[in-house]
Design a protein around this ligand. Structure first.
Ligand code: CP
Ligand code: NVA
Length: 335
């Protein structure tokens, strides 16, 4: 029995003057299909005209709390906020009174009174959900142990730009069943993509997320499959995608066991040769050449990883614009 798609987090602003908009961007399964289309179109719009919404955050501040490292997300959000006319306030794990016992809820209530939005990268999805529930400003998940919804939007935009379509695209994710593929499988499902997730035994994606994505795919003609057979998964794929074998939430003591288990799942030139003609290679970055991907693949002609990274900027700008103007409708209004 498929698990129901989760309810959106508590809603906030009016949508089109009557309905209620989705307040936060925490997980792709909170979105409707129309939301994804709107966000992709808005991303394309701001990519073409980066200063189109430059008054939206004028003289306002967006709080950014990062308790894990980041290169792309942190810097692209900083630039996105600047392009919207605002100022980012960077907060590390040691900066807030959270570290001295103040509750998440009290922190959320206070920051809601100063800032216009909160971008958070941390470990626990539950902590982010608590923050969103207690705040009155939009909250954006900038990566948790379970999800990476900002990355998934940039991934979809990149696929649409490179292949000219999303519906019917065959995507093979090779590697660890982690946050990146959780969000990508939900996003792909909403966009009509055929997603195959191939992992070593014991490193599968979360079963509840797979079921949620399958439920979403039923609405769009997409599909979600899981397997351990890497060659079969990649054969004929339009997109081959991988991520690191040790995510930031994984203990370093697991490294040797993971390298042994994941060895057959490295994306090599020989594996890429099984993909469709014109098939592309994607990676959220940071990458470890010689581990999850061979250098000639990530540095080769099929790789789109730097255009993919570039698309983080316009998609994050679009997420902020959509939330701040109450344009996301949330789940339950499937197109
Ligand atoms: N892909 C991604 O989120 O990169 P960072 O960890 O550098 O932000
Ligand atoms: N799965 C990786 C993604 C990094 C952007 C991690 O969580 O470390």
């Amino acid at each position: 029995m498929a698990a129901p798609v989760e309810s959106p987090v508590p809603a906030g602003q009016p949508l089109d003057g009557h309905a209620v908009a989705l307040k936060d961007y925490l997980r792709i399964s909170h979105l409707s299909r129309r939301d994804i289309e709107l966000l992709l179109d808005l991303s394309g719009e701001v990519k073409g005209d980066p200063h189109r919404y430059s008054g939206l955050l004028r003289n306002e501040v967006v709080a950014m709390y990062f308790s894990k490292p980041s290169t792309r997300t942190r810097v692209s959000f900083t630039v996105a906020i600047a392009r919207l006319g605002g100022t980012p306030e960077m907060l590390g794990a040691a900066d807030l009174q959270l570290g001295r016992g103040e509750t998440i809820e009290d922190t959320a209530r206070v920051l809601s009174r100063y800032t216009k939005a909160f971008v958070i990268r941390t470990f626990s999805d539950e902590d982010v959900a608590r923050f969103a529930a207690a705040s009155t400003i939009p909250v954006v998940n900038a990566l948790t142990d379970g999800h990476h919804p900002c990355q998934a939007l940039a991934d979809l935009l990149t696929i649409r730009e490179k292949l000219g379509r999303l519906e019917g695209v065959r995507l093979a994710f090779v590697g660890d069943g982690c946050n990146t593929i959780h969000s990508l499988m939900e996003a792909g499902a909403l966009a009509g993509v055929h997603v195959t997730v191939v992992t070593p035994p014991g490193y599968e994606a979360d079963a509840d997320v797979v079921e949620t994505a399958r439920t979403m795919a039923l609405q769009t003609g997409g599909s979600v499959e899981t397997t351990h057979d890497v060659r079969a998964a990649v054969a004929g794929a339009d997109v081959v995608y991988t991520d690191v074998w040790l995510s930031m939430n994984v203990d370093a003591s697991e490294k040797d066991a993971r390298i042994a288990a994941f060895g057959p799942y490295r994306v090599t030139e020989e594996l890429m040769a099984l993909a469709a003609p014109g098939g592309i290679f994607m990676h959220c970055l940071p990458a470890h050449r010689g581990e999850e991907v061979a250098a000639p693949v990530i540095d080769g002609f099929r790789s789109v990883v730097f255009d993919q990274a570039a698309n983080r900027l316009c998609t994050e700008q679009a997420i902020l614009v959509a939330l701040l103007t109450g344009r996301l409708e949330g789940v339950g209004r499937w197109a």
